[in-house]
Structures are given as structure tokens and as C-alpha cells.
Design a protein around this ligand. Structure first.
Ligand code: ADP
Length: 494
């Protein structure tokens, strides 16, 4: 019912009204009548009509006024004017004011239905055009939304994005790629690549993919150094193809891999350093075993025993080195499960000194532990504390002089507890101080070379202190001794 065409006949002559209603109802239109302009206007305000037949000469609101008012309510209603001969001029005027056509009285039902049909066709066409226009506007709006959404997404990407068309012109890019590569023309798309980009390799690589005839090529990756500072970009260049597999352009995604490359380099340096460090004791062990096997000592069991002891000695060094390496690896891989608890480090230190007593006595070193009675405990991993202070106290003894001294004390400073290990040993030169915490560093000093060590103890110590949010400092003078200070955060309320 709602799809049925509705027509209103506004005429004060009942005969015409009823005649029209009858003729039009036969055509399956839903027809209503109104006996004057006022009633007609009322109905238009309440209902919606497709077409209105309006008599020009009516009491009250004139036909011309009614046309104006109806079109104010709904400009798409088709209005056909019914007019007596005397008002033909006015009828022409009415068509100028927006009426679709006029019907001079008297008219036959055929003429009426013919004019109405044409009027309704015109309305259908107009409505269809309107619908298409709305659809077009909606599509444009969606397209604009889609475009801005795409631009927002690309704009937020940390990777650089460049889109090049078939003519080799840059048509789209994001802020990240602009920062990485584009030197000028950031506001003007559509120019050749070399207008924006200075790096020849990038341009050549994009052109290579653009020109690729091989339809199986889906992506091409290249590492490109783009500036004098050594910035390295990984460029993934992929052709954009249509359904027929023809290349329409190229999309390039750029990732700054400078940091990754640096890590790779450090890792490979570390591996070669480790191999180098492992090689020396292994070669020595092999050497001692070979002389024993060769029978060079003849029946001299004591000599053989000596050589075997040397091999064992070097294998101890090797084992220490491997243990230190594993320790570092555990820490770096974040595999270390720290058991943070309240640790009375002064007790740990006393135990370590007790354990190192044979070495202390061998060098006749005086060790003094001087902590105030109520020295606070720290929140730390107990086994980490043991490793840390074993390293420091062991070094204070190893790199000491005969009859030397070691003083271990501590103070509370603001939010930190400070532990100091002070020795009267060989000391460290200023040059060496700068490298002290580097992997495998050992001072280039004949006295150090004589002492067994891996050069990893302080690396591990620093990592432990860092993981406890503390810091480690050294003061030293060659020939006078060294002081290592460890600062660990004091837990509030302890
Ligand atoms: P290691 O003792 O196994 O060689 P460390 O990492 O503990 O390794 O120490 C690195 C280097 O720092 C030592 O080889 C030594 O040259 C120097 N060093 C460390 N502690 C002291 C110290 N207390 N006095 C003098 N030199 C030290």
C-alpha cells in the first residue's frame, strides 16, 4: 500500500473532483480530494503525495499560492493545474512557477490520465536522479574516509613506505620514509624519484622492480647504506599487480636496521674473542699432554706428573672461563631468576674472607672488615652478592703485594648503602681504568699476566650491580692500590 502512488485533487467543483478521482482510481492510483486550497494544504502537510491536481480558481487560498506553499513543503511533488479557458494565462504563469503542466477544462479521462502519467514519469526520473546523486556523494564521502584512514595508518607506521607508479613517479609516502630518505619536495607528489631521493641505490632498486618482466617476482629485499653516518636501511620492494598480473607500480617498505647490524657486529666480535680466549688454554693443555704421550720424560715419573699438573692447571682456567661465559650468557638472556630478599652483606663478606684464607695467608695479607654494628641489610639476590664480593675481594688479594692489606668497610649514603673494598696492591693505570669493565679485559702488565684470570670477573660484577639498580666505581693509582665501591639502593624502612 505504501508503494501505491498517491494523488490529491484540489478543486471546489465536486463534479471535477469526483470525475478525476474515478478516472484515476481506475488506473490503480490512490486518490483523495480536497474542496479548497486550505483543505488541500492541510492534507499535504499531513500526508505525502506524488502528484496534485490544483484548480486555479478557488475561494480562499488561490491556486498560485497553493503551488508555492506545496513546493515549500515538498519541492518534488508534481503539480498539474486544472484551468478554465479564462484562466489559461494564469495557468501558463503557474507552470512558470513550478507547476508541471496544465489541463484546460473540459478534459477527457484519457487526457487526464495521459498528463498524470507523464507527470509521474517525470517525478520518477527526478527521484532516480536524486538517488543517484546521493549515492555518488555517499561513495565520495566513503572514499575520502577510506583515503584518510589509509593515510592515518601509513602515517603511524614506524617503517617507511614509498609508493611509486609505473612512470617512476613517487605518488605516496609516509612521515617515516620522509625522515629516512626524502630530502626535498615533501609537499609535491607525482615527480620522478630522483627529485625527492638522493640515494642512487634506492632509486635503481625501485626501477629494477618496476621493469621486472618476470611475473613470479613478488618481493625484492636489499640492505642499503644511505648516509655517511652509516645508517643502514632494509628495503623490501614489491610490485603492485592487477588481476591480470600486470605491474601497476611499486611499494617500498623501509626499515632502519642500523641498531640490529651493530648488535650483530658486537655478537660476532664477542664470539671471535671467546674462541680466541678458549684457544690459548686448550692449546697449552694439548701441548703438555703431547709431551707426556711422546715419552720424552722416559721413566721420569716426577717430570710427567709436573707436566700433567700444568695441563690440569690450564684446564682449571678453561673451566673458570666457561663458567664465567655461561654466567654472562645467563644474565644477558634475562634467564637469571633473581631471588630478591633481605641480605646481610657483611655476613656474606665475612664468609668469603674465611673461604679465601689460604690465599690471604700465602701472601701474608692483612684483611680488615670494618662495618658499624647496625649496618643495614640490602634487598638483593644472595647468590649474586656472593659472586660480586668474591670477585672484588679475590681481585684485592690477587693483585696485591706480599704483606699488603685489604680493608672492607661500608657507609650509608642517602638512599644507598656503599660497600668499599680497598687494597694496597699494584693499582691500575688511568688508561686501563677506562677498559676495566669490558669483556676479557686484563691489564697489560707482567704481574697481572702471572696471575690466573679470565678478564670476565668485573664484567659479571657490573652486570650484577646493574641488575640491582646500583653502581660500581673504582679509584686507583699504580703502585698505591685500588678501591672498588659498590652502591646498592637501600630499601625504604630498612
Ligand atoms: P680477572 O681478574 O679474571 O683478570 P677481572 O674482570 O676481575 O678479571 O679484572 C679485570 C682486570 O682488571 C684484571 O685482569 C686486572 O688487570 C684489573 N684489576 C681488577 N681488580 C684489580 C685490583 N684490585 N687491583 C689491580 N688491578 C685489578
Amino acid at each position: 500500500m505504501s508503494d501505491q502512488i498517491r494523488i490529491l485533487v484540489v478543486d471546489d467543483e465536486m463534479g471535477i473532483r469526483e470525475g478525476c478521482k474515478r478516472a484515476l482510481s481506475l488506473e490503480q492510483y490512490d486518490v483523495e480530494g480536497a474542496e479548497d486550497g486550505k483543505e488541500g494544504l492541510n492534507k499535504v502537510q499531513k500526508n505525502s503525495y506524488d502528484l496534485i491536481l490544483v484548480d486555479l480558481m478557488m475561494p480562499g487560498i488561490s491556486g498560485l499560492d497553493l503551488i508555492k506553499k506545496v513546493h515549500q513543503i515538498d519541492p518534488e511533488i508534481i503539480i498539474i493545474v486544472i484551468t478554465g479557458f479564462a484562466t489559461i494565462k494564469t495557468a501558463v504563469e503557474a507552470t512558470k512557477r513550478g507547476a508541471y503542466d496544465y489541463l484546460p477544462k473540459p478534459f477527457s479521462p484519457e487526457t487526464l490520465t495521459g498528463v498524470v502519467k507523464r507527470g509521474l514519469e517525470k517525478r520518477a526520473l527526478r527521484l532516480e536522479a536524486q538517488r543517484m546523486q546521493q549515492e555518488r556523494e555517499q561513495r565520495l564521502l566513503e572514499l575520502a574516509h577510506e583515503k584518510s584512514r589509509l593515510q592515518t595508518i601509513i602515517g603511524c607506521m614506524a617503517d617507511g613506505v614509498l609508493v611509486t607508479n609505473l612512470e617512476g613517479q613517487l605518488v605516496l609516502w609516509n612521515a617515516a620514509s620522509a625522515k629516512m630518505l626524502i630530502s626535498k619536495g615533501k609537499d609535491k607528489p607525482g615527480k620522478p624519484l630522483d627529485y625527492y631521493i638522493g640515494n642512487k641505490l634506492v632509486i635503481e632498486s625501485i626501477h629494477e622492480v618496476l621493469a621486472a618482466e618476470d611475473k613470479s617476482v613478488s618481493m625484492f629485499s636489499k640492505e642499503i647504506e644511505v648516509d655517511k653516518q652509516g645508517t643502514i636501511l632494509m628495503a623490501n620492494i614489491a610490485p603492485i599487480r592487477n588481476e591480470e598480473n600486470n605491474v601497476l607500480g611499486v611499494v617500498t617498505v623501509l626499515r632502519d636496521i642500523t641498531g640490529l647490524k651493530e648488535i650483530e657486529k658486537i655478537k660476532s666480535q664477542f664470539v671471535s674473542m671467546v674462541a680466541h680466549e678458549l684457544r690459548a688454554p686448550l692449546a697449552a693443555i694439548k701441548g703438555w699432554l703431547e709431551v707426556v704421550i711422546s715419552g720424552e720424560a722416559g721413566g721420569d715419573e716426577e717430570q710427567k706428573h709436573k707436566w700433567l699438573l700444568r695441563a690440569k692447571d690450564r684446564s682449571d682456567s678453561l673451566l673458570a672461563l666457561v663458567s664465567d661465559l655461561l654466567e654472562i650468557n645467563r644474565m644477558e638472556a634475562g634467564k637469571i631468576a633473581q631471588k630478591m630478599e633481605s641480605v646481610q652483606v657483611t655476613d656474606t663478606i665475612k664468609k668469603i674472607v674465611e673461604f679465601l684464607k689460604p690465599d690471604i695467608d700465602r701472601q701474608n695479607i692483612t684483611v680488615k672488615i670494618k662495618f658499624p654494628k647496625d649496618f643495614p641489610a640490602v634487598q638483593a639476590d644472595p647468590s649474586d652478592m656472593e659472586k660480586l664480593f668474591t670477585n672484588l675481594i679475590n681481585n684485592a688479594i690477587k693483585y696485591n703485594v706480599d704483606n699488603g692489606s685489604v680493608v672492607i668497610d661500608g657507609t650509608v649514603e642517602k638512599n644507598y648503602v656503599c660497600f668499599r673494598v680497598k687494597d694496597s696492591g699494584i693499582g691500575i693505570s688511568e688508561d686501563n681504568l677506562a677498559h676495566l669493565f669490558e669483556d676479557f679485559f686484563r691489564a697489560d702488565d707482567h704481574r697481572v699476566k702471572k696471575i690466573r684470570g679470565t678478564g670476565l670477573g668485573l664484567t659479571i660484577s657490573k652486570k650484577i650491580v646493574d641488575s640491582h639498580f646500583g653502581r660500581i666505581e673504582v679509584e686507583s693509582k699504580p703502585g698505591e692500590g685500588s678501591t672498588f665501591s659498590v652502591y646498592l639502593p637501600l630499601k625504604q624502612g630498612k
